[in-house]
Design a protein around this ligand. Structure first.
Ligand code: ZN
Length: 288
């Protein structure tokens, strides 16, 4: 059964964390429709648009031509349809699989970057302590931002293939959660979701790219990639593509970021867990 959509707003509490320690909190209002309940009402006859047209602008979130908004969630149509199917299956197991975030555009990442660079938005060091960005020279300032934020153009959320998930059925009445690793571990509020995803997400073509800490993006058990569309985007996103996006945008500290870019590209784009070999049924679908 799919849970009925409630009329009050749902909030996501984004917390800055190191491991399981909570470092800072901000509540982000979320559209109530970013849920499986609404997605499940999409017409079953909908035919996803092919994703093969993704180019430099789409890869870096500067175009929305590759994505479609439906039920409050924006992703590539193929990935969105797969996610909707996974939602249905999860709901029969009592899990209300919901999306905290799907596609994010380049301008949004630039806004976050620039606000942190100017000291207008909370900036924390690797230990979670607040830093005054304006006291840092350009290179350490850029490094400090990269601890918690993807560089504009380098987020997998630009691709429309990736989605952050949680189980709305497991939430308390205030609808708040932290999006922190401990919630997804055994004993955590989303432990059942983790277990269900471990056993089932591959059948719907999803996997987790941020399980292992490889020195770039920290482990994010809530972050799922739709294998086919993410693999395609990953192959296409070259260093030159990312460089061009940054050269052409009003990013604070642009010259510094461009100098660091080869290392940033390696650590934050390339250093992820590889996609698994999908079940045969999914593989056949993936090539049509
Ligand atoms: Zn994510």
């Amino acid at each position: 059964m799919v849970s009925p959509v409630r009329s009050h707003a749902v909030f996501i509490r984004i917390q800055y964390t190191i491991g399981t320690a909570r470092m800072g909190v901000v509540d982000v209002p979320m559209r109530r429709s970013e849920r499986c309940a609404t997605l499940s009402r999409m017409p079953s006859t909908h035919v996803p648009r092919r994703s093969s047209a993704i180019g430099p602008l789409e890869l870096t979130g500067r175009s929305r031509a590759h994505v479609r908004e439906d039920g409050g969630l924006t992703m590539q149509p193929v990935a969105l349809a797969a996610f909707r199917k996974m939602c249905r299956a999860a709901s029969s197991a009592g899990i209300d699989l919901a999306a905290a975030s799907g596609f994010r555009d380049f301008d949004r990442q630039v806004l976050i970057w620039n606000q942190k660079w100017r000291g207008e938005r909370a900036l924390l060091d690797a230990a979670g302590r607040p830093i005054d960005a304006t006291r840092l020279r350009p290179v350490p300032r850029a490094r400090a931002i990269l601890v918690w934020s993807a560089p504009p153009g380098a987020s997998r959320h630009h691709w429309g293939s990736d989605v952050d998930v949680y189980d709305r059925a497991a939430l308390g009445p205030d609808g708040r959660f932290g999006l922190v690793p401990s919630e997804y571990e055994p004993g955590g509020v989303f432990a059942r979701l983790t277990e269900w995803l471990d056993q089932n997400m591959a059948a719907f073509g999803f996997y987790r790219p941020y399980v292992t800490d490889r020195g770039g993006v920290r482990p994010e058990p809530w972050h799922l990639s739709h294998v086919k569309t993410a693999r395609d985007a990953s192959r296409r996103l070259r260093l030159a593509t990312l460089r061009r996006a940054i050269v052409e945008s009003p990013i604070e500290g642009r010259a510094t970021l461009l100098k660091m870019l080869p290392q940033v590209y390696q650590r934050y784009v390339r250093s992820v867990d590889p996609p698994p070999v999908l079940p045969a049924r999914t593989k056949r679908r993936a090539v049509d």
